[in-house]
Design a protein around this ligand. Structure first.
Ligand SMILES: Cc1cc2nc3c(=O)[nH]c(=O)nc-3n(C[C@H](O)[C@H](O)[C@H](O)COP(=O)(O)OP(=O)(O)OC[C@H]3O[C@@H](n4cnc5c(N)ncnc54)[C@H](O)[C@@H]3O)c2cc1C
Length: 406
C-alpha cells in the first residue's frame, strides 16, 4: 500500500489511503481551503495558510504538513545585532530609532556591529539618519516592490539576508507591521521570537540575549532566552526604549542588496494607505495624556476628560474596561493590551491602577492620579495624588488651568 503523501507545492498533503472523506476537515478549515471533489479531499493552495487545524482534527492521520529540515548550524557563526528599521511612506518609524538606542547598548556589550536593516524604495536618505542614530552600517534593500509593506516579499527578503549575514540578534517594533512580519520570519527561520519585550540585556556569563516581558496577565515578569536557535528575535513597543540623540559626525557603510523577482513576488497588492484620524493627538506621541477609567460612570462623562485634555493640548487615554464597554475606541487604550505611553505628564482619572494599566504608563515622567479611594493602587505610583470626587475636582482643575494656559 502506498502511504506516501501526494506531492504538492505547499508542504501539506492528503494521504488518500487513510482518508475516509468524512468531511470533518472541510468543516474545521477556518479559511475554507478544503473541499470534496470526485470523492477526493482537495486543498486549495491559494487559500491554505498551513495553520494545521485540519491536521490536528483528522482522526485518521490522513493530512500531513511536512516540516522543513533544519539546516545544521553553529551558534558561534552568528554575529552582530540588527534592528529592523520599519518605514512607512518613506520615513523611518520612531520605534526603530528607539531600538537603535537599545541595540547600540547590546552591540557594545557583545563587542559587535549594530546594523540597521532598511527595506523600501528611494529611501537612501533615511539610511544616513540610521547611522547618525547609532547604527554602524545599514543593509539597504531598495526595490519598488518594497516601497510599502507586504508580508511575503518583506519576509522573503529578510530571510534571505539573515541566511546570508547570520546576525545573532534582531530587534523590531511591536507595531502592526512588526507583529505581522516577525511571526512569519520566525517560522521561516525556525527560530524563537519574544513579543512585546519591556527589557533586553546580555547575559554576562554566556552572552545570550535576556528578553523580559510581562506574562500571566502582567502579574509576573518572565525572562526568556533562545538557547538553541539563531537569530534571537524580539519585538518591543514604541516608547519602551530610549533613542539616542542624532550624532551628525557618525559615519558608516550603506550596503545595498538586490533581490530576484521570485523573492519579491507576492499575491497581495498595495491599494491605499488610510491614516487613522480618530484621535486629535496621536496617543503614543503626546507629551500630555489625560486618561479616564471606570470611575467616570458613563460614556458621556468622557467630555470631562476631553475638556481637560483640550486645555492642556494633550491626548485622551483610557483604561481597558471603558474601551470594552464601547465608551471610547480601542486606539485610546493604555496598558498591557493597549498602547505603551511615556508622556511628560500622565493624568489618571477614575482609574484604580491595575498592574495591566500601569504596564502601559509607568514610565511617564510625571504621573498625577485623581481618585476618590485613597487606597487605590494608582496612588503607589503617582507623583501627585488628589483624593476626591472626579466630578468636582476635574471641572475645577480645568477651569483653573484654562485661566492660565493659552
Ligand atoms: C490579560 C489582561 C490584560 C489587560 N490589559 C489592560 C490594559 O491594557 N489596560 C487596562 O487599563 N486594563 C487592562 N486590563 C484590565 C485591568 O486588570 C483592570 O481591570 C482595569 O485596568 C481597571 O480599569 P479601571 O481602573 O478603569 O477600573 P476600576 O478598577 O473599576 O477602577 C475605577 C476607579 O475609579 C474610582 N472612582 C469611582 N468613582 C469615582 C469618582 N466619582 N471620582 C474619583 N474616582 C472614582 C474608583 O475608586 C476606582 O479606583 C487587563 C486585564 C487582563 C486580565
Amino acid at each position: 500500500m502506498n502511504q506516501e503523501p501526494k506531492s504538492n507545492s505547499l508542504p501539506i498533503s492528503i494521504i488518500e489511503e487513510y482518508c475516509t472523506i468524512c468531511g470533518i476537515c472541510i468543516d474545521s478549515c477556518p479559511v475554507g481551503a478544503i473541499k470534496e471533489e470526485n470523492e477526493k479531499i482537495l486543498i486549495d493552495e491559494t487559500l491554505c495558510t498551513l495553520c494545521g487545524v485540519c491536521v490536528s482534527i483528522c482522526e485518521e492521520g490522513a493530512i500531513v504538513i511536512e516540516k522543513e529540515e533544519r539546516v545544521a548550524f553553529k551558534l558561534e557563526d552568528y554575529k552582530g545585532v540588527w534592528v529592523f528599521s520599519e518605514q512607512r511612506r518613506g520615513k523611518v518609524e520612531p520605534v526603530a530609532y528607539e531600538l537603535l538606542g537599545k541595540g547600540r547598548e547590546l552591540a557594545d556589550k557583545l563587542d559587535c556591529n549594530l546594523t540597521a536593516a532598511l527595506l523600501g524604495h528611494n529611501i537612501a536618505e533615511e539610511a544616513e539618519k540610521l547611522i547618525q542614530k547609532g547604527a554602524d552600517n545599514v543593509i539597504l534593500a531598495d526595490e519598488p516592490e518594497l516601497a510599502n509593506y507586504r508580508p511575503e516579499p518583506y519576509a522573503n527578503v529578510l530571510k534571505e539576508l539573515v541566511l546570508e549575514c547570520k546576525p545573532e540578534i534582531i530587534l523590531a517594533g511591536s507595531t502592526t507591521i512588526g507583529r505581522s512580519l516577525f511571526g512569519r520570519l520566525a517560522v521561516g527561520l525556525s527560530t524563537g521570537l519574544t513579543a512585546d519585550c519591556t527589557g533586553l540585556d546580555i547575559d554576562k556569563e554566556d552572552k545570550k540575549l535576556i528578553q523580559t516581558r510581562p506574562a500571566f496577565g502582567g502579574n509576573i515578569m518572565a525572562t526568556i532566552i533562545t538557547p538553541n536557535t539563531r537569530p534571537q528575535m524580539a519585538t518591543v513597543r514604541h516608547k519602551v526604549m530610549k533613542e539616542l540623540p542624532f550624532d551628525k559626525s557618525r559615519r558608516g557603510e550603506i550596503i545595498r542588496k538586490n533581490f530576484s523577482k521570485e523573492i519579491l513576488n507576492t499575491k497581495s497588492k498595495f491599494i491605499e494607505f488610510v491614516e487613522d484620524l480618530s484621535q486629535r493627538v496621536k496617543l503614543t506621541d503626546a507629551d500630555i495624556i489625560v486618561s479616564g477609567g471606570r470611575g467616570l460612570g458613563s460614556p458621556e462623562n468622557f467630555k470631562i476628560i476631553q475638556s481637560l485634555a483640550d486645555v492642556l493640548h494633550g491626548a485622551v487615554g483610557a483604561s481597558r474596561p471603558v474601551v470594552d464597554e464601547g465608551w471610547i475606541p480601542f486606539s485610546h487604550q493604555v496598558g498591557q493590551t493597549g498602547k505603551t505611553v511615556s508622556p511628560q505628564l500622565y493624568i489618571a482619572i477614575g482609574i484604580s491602577g491595575s498592574v495591566q494599566h500601569l504596564a502601559g504608563m509607568q514610565s511617564s515622567e510625571v504621573i498625577v492620579a485623581i481618585n476618590k479611594d485613597s487606597n487605590a493602587p494608582v496612588f503607589n505610583v503617582c507623583d501627585y495624588g488628589i483624593v476626591g470626587d472626579l466630578f468636582e475636582v476635574v471641572p475645577l482643575l480645568t477651569k483653573k488651568l484654562k485661566a492660565v494656559i493659552k
